[in-house]
Each structure stands twice: as structure tokens, then as C-alpha cells.
Design a protein around this ligand. Structure first.
Ligand code: DGL
Length: 256
């Protein structure tokens, strides 16, 4: 039994989509969520800078006594996961993987769309994953330009959000994509508007966060790291921004 918390980190509010799934899968576990906030968005920053920010964030979660860390940010995973695992070993660190594999297995049209930040799309992780699972399949990638800003500004339910999403998916829809992979943890907050935009086209939206939560469960079990099952869970929210942002993290986590 191990009652230390699980740390979950993102550039901002996006990793809360993973936090929700981890909480659902492991309702007794204490969770510490760190949403950087001060340096968000990461998506167009140089790789070295994202790696440095990720290191600082994981260091903070380690200092909080976390037994495991989930890097709930595709951009930080792509930039730094190897270095983080090496530096903080034997701490188990779970990263995000673009869910290209399940989408390639499920596609009927042979065309898979991927939405992610610019930094994730030009990284090795995406290129390798697309090459590995996408043979014989057309993978149409597009940056979700403006998506992170919409979510950070709580503007998911606006006309602006609908216009922004429509523009980003136009090409993949025109090429016949029947799967759209969400390769950034902010994007699931835009699922309601995405559903409206693709309505009637038989398109499936692939959110990898439930699979990440399953991976967390597996690793907890493998390491004998589960907490006492009778425990009341504790949820903490940290940020490198200000107190107002910390309150926003908390509100968004509980859907308020
Ligand atoms: N939520 C992050 C991701 O999964 C980063 C978004 C950003 O800060 O640009 O990539």
C-alpha cells in the first residue's frame, strides 16, 4: 500500500481531461495536478524550452512526494519524456501517445486525421507513431490553431470556437477522414463543438485519455503502489501562475 499522491502535469488546463479519467479509474487515489499556466501555451515554443519547463514541473511534483507522475501534455511528452524518465528514475512517469494506432485500426475510409500542437506534430514521437501504424493509411495532420487559447479562455462554447474548429478540420474532412485523433490534452474540452462540426459524416473522435488512465492503473498494480482503498481522496491543484489561475484549475476540474 502506498498513500502518496499521483502527480499530473500539463502546460495549463488541458491535462484536466486526463485528471478526470485517472480520478474515475482510481477514485481513492490522492491526485496533485500541476497546471503550469505561466508559460502556456507550450505548442509553438522551441523544444529545448519545453523540455526545461517539463523538468521544472516534474521536479516540483517529485518535491510534493508523488509516487508516479503523468505528463498529461503531448507537447512536453514529445520534447522530454526520455530525459525525464532518465533523470527521475525509478519514478514511474507516464506520457501521452498520439492515439494513431487505434484510429488506424478502426478507419474504414483509410484516412485518419490528427489534431495536435505544431511542436507535437513536428516531433519524432508523432512521426514514428504515424510511420509505424499508418502504413497503407493516409494520415492527415493539422495543428489545432487557436484551440488551446479557446480552452484557456473558457471560450469552448462560442461561435469563435466553432469557426476555429471548422477551419482546422476542413482539409482532413475533405480528404475523407473518418477518425479524428486528439493529440493535445486541451482538445477534448472542444469535443462538443467538434461533434457539431462533423455531424452526419460518420466521423469518430479519438480521445486517448481513458487509455492513459488504464496505463496508470497497470503501472500502479505492477509496482504495488495502490493506496489504502478505504481512503478519502485528496485533490490538490498547483500552478506556476497566480492564485486566480489555481482557482480556475480547481473549478474546471470539477466542471464548475
Ligand atoms: N495540452 C498540451 C498538449 O497536450 C499543450 C498545449 C499547449 O500548451 O500548447 O500538447
Amino acid at each position: 500500500m502506498d498513500n502518496r499522491p499521483i502527480g499530473i502535469y500539463d502546460s495549463g488546463l488541458g491535462g484536466l481531461t486526463v485528471w478526470r479519467e485517472v480520478r474515475r479509474a482510481l477514485p481513492c487515489e490522492a491526485l496533485v495536478y500541476l497546471g503550469d499556466g505561466k508559460n502556456c501555451p507550450y505548442g509553438s515554443r522551441p523544444r529545448e524550452e519545453v523540455a526545461r519547463l517539463a523538468d521544472e514541473a516534474v521536479g516540483r511534483l517529485v518535491a510534493e512526494g508523488c509516487k508516479m507522475v503523468v505528463v498529461a501534455c503531448n507537447t512536453a511528452t514529445a520534447a522530454a519524456i526520455g530525459a525525464l524518465r532518465a533523470k527521475y528514475a525509478p519514478l514511474p512517469i507516464v506520457g501521452m501517445e498520439p492515439a494513431v494506432k487505434p484510429a488506424c485500426l478502426a478507419t474504414r475510409s483509410g484516412v485518419v486525421g490528427v489534431l495536435a500542437t505544431e511542436r507535437s506534430l513536428d516531433g519524432d514521437l508523432f512521426r514514428r507513431t504515424a510511420a509505424r501504424y499508418g502504413s497503407g493509411i493516409e494520415v492527415v495532420a493539422a495543428p489545432g490553431r487557436g484551440f488551446v487559447e479557446l480552452v484557456e479562455g473558457d471560450r469552448e462554447a462560442t461561435d469563435e470556437a466553432e469557426r476555429t474548429v471548422r477551419l482546422a478540420v476542413a482539409e482532413m474532412l475533405a480528404r475523407g477522414a473518418d477518425q479524428i485523433v486528439l493529440g493535445c490534452t486541451h482538445y477534448p474540452f472542444l469535443i462538443p463543438v467538434l461533434r457539431r462540426v462533423v455531424a452526419g459524416r460518420g466521423v469518430e473522435i479519438v480521445d486517448p485519455s481513458p487509455a492513459v488512465a488504464r496505463r496508470v492503473v497497470q503501472l500502479l498494480d505492477a509496482g504495488g503502489l495502490r493506496c489504502d482503498p478505504d481512503r478519502e481522496p485528496r485533490y490538490d491543484f498547483l500552478t506556476f501562475a497566480d492564485e486566480a489561475y489555481q482557482l480556475r484549475l480547481e473549478r474546471k476540474a470539477f466542471g464548475r
